[in-house]
Design a protein around this ligand. Structure first.
Ligand code: SF4
Ligand code: SF4
Length: 77
């Protein structure tokens, strides 16, 4: 895992679709259709649809891939 936990800010997935998402949806356009707000954080509906299949491909639990992004920093105060 990287040094920072994922806070669910959604910045990464709303900025650019990941490779797994692009392969699944067949395009590299933004935003990723799998990105959903669950009322408290952004979640990946592709992962939720089949956690066993996508956990490894999406590095779930692997930490934040973009810890210095402005949305995450703003939420941290
Ligand atoms: S498939 Fe999931 S992890 Fe990948 S960009 Fe879309 S919402 Fe994010
Ligand atoms: S930018 Fe980092 S904290 Fe925000 S959703 Fe992506 S991995 Fe999680």
């Amino acid at each position: 895992m990287s040094g920072s936990l994922c806070t669910g800010c959604g910045y990464c997935c709303s900025t650019v679709i990941c490779r797994t998402g692009a392969m699944f949806y067949g395009h590299y356009s933004d935003p990723c259709p799998a990105l959903e707000w669950n009322g408290s954080r952004y979640v990946c509906s592709l992962f939720l649809s089949d956690p066993d299949r996508y956990e490894h491909f999406l590095d779930i639990g692997g930490g934040c891939c973009f810890p210095e992004n402005p949305r995450r920093r703003q939420a941290e105060g």
